[in-house]
Write a protein that binds this ligand. Structure first.
Ligand SMILES: Nc1nc(=O)c2c([nH]1)NC[C@@H]1CN(c3ccc(C(=O)N[C@@H](CCC(=O)O)C(=O)O)cc3)C=[N+]21
Length: 286
């Protein structure tokens, strides 16, 4: 069994990013900038945001974390985004999800300038991604594709089952795999016989938020398991959507949690921020 080491790979990506940032600064006098908007005081969200800011700093990317109280109105949030859209120091804008219930996430994500949408959640980028055009790709599925590449895993012609159909992971994951010529099946919580699909899969990508849902008896010998789940147990430990101990003896490759897909997400966000900075440079030249 080969462990897909997202932590080590993300270190490599961060080094690449560092070099690219240094080049941008030297050759184009541009420092990439990222704004992260954090609404409310969810502990997990705060941790992720802090780690994004730290990674930016290490890479030489200018970053601001804009914290707003749970009680802000949608209008106030939209005004903040409008200001950031106009701020030339900021190449990327990321609104940490989930947002409080009184705020309409769709409206907020659509307010971000598509050219600063480093999360790839704006319908403009979603449409371009589905059409296989150049776009900001959502960091988590983008990171999974990079992982396949790095480990020499060919997805073309493979049967891939994606479990979970969220806008953030499942749907974009399926799109990227379709663009790469995989045969893709997307399952969700209403799927009647999940094992029927997963047993036929060369690759299973699971992103549902149910600890240890995927067991060894649901996969075929030599399957590749990509675990996007990040579940915090009562013990405080993180665990995935796949039963790692059970699956590890049956699959050919598996991502651990922690240390798998999670760290890749941050690496690809930094990549997207550089892409945004390069887009700005092109616009400014015109
Ligand atoms: N607009 C937006 N964009 C996001 O990209 C976004 C978001 N909202 N909301 C929350 C999710 C979650 N997410 C993670 C990123 C890195 C790790 C990560 O690095 N995890 C480490 C462990 C971290 C720990 O120990 O807590 C690992 O899996 O090894 C996890 C989760 C980004 N998200």
């Amino acid at each position: 069994m080969i462990l897909l080491d997202g932590k080590a790979l993300s270190e490599k990506i961060k080094e690449e990013v560092k070099v690219e940032v240094a080049e941008l600064v030297e050759e184009k006098q541009i420092t990439p900038g990222l704004a992260v908007i954090l609404v409310g005081n969810d502990a997990a969200s705060a941790t992720y945001v802090a780690s994004k800011a730290k990674s930016c700093k290490n890479a030489g990317i200018y970053s601001v974390v804009h914290e707003m109280p749970e009680s802000i109105t949608q209008e106030e949030l939209l005004e903040t985004i409008a200001r950031m859209n106009e701020n030339p120091k900021l190449d990327g804008i990321l609104v940490q999800l989930p947002l409080p219930k009184h705020i309409d996430t769709t409206v907020v994500l659509e307010a971000i300038d598509p050219l600063k949408d480093v999360d790839g959640f704006h319908p403009y980028n979603v449409g371009r991604m589905v059409s296989n055009l150049d776009a900001f790709l959502p960091a988590t599925p983008f990171g999974v594709m990079r992982m396949f590449e790095e480990y020499g895993i060919e997805v073309s012609g493979k049967n891939v089952v994606v479990i979970g159909s969220s806008d953030i992971v499942g749907k974009p994951m399926a799109s990227l795999l379709i663009n790469a010529k995989a045969t893709v099946t997307v399952c969700n919580s209403r799927t009647k016989d999940l094992a029927f699909f997963t047993k036929a899969a060369d690759i299973v990508v699971i992103a549902v938020g149910v600890p240890h849902l995927l067991k060894a008896d649901m996969i075929k010998d030599g399957a590749i398991v990509i675990d996007v789940g990040i579940n915090r147990l009562d013990t405080g430990k993180l665990t995935g959507d796949a039963d790692f101990e059970d699956c590890k003896n049956k699959c050919s490759h598996i991502t651990p949690v922690p240390g798998g897909v999670g760290p890749m997400t941050i690496g690809m966000l930094l990549k997207n921020t550089i892409k945004a900075a390069k887009l700005r440079e092109k616009r400014e030249k015109k």
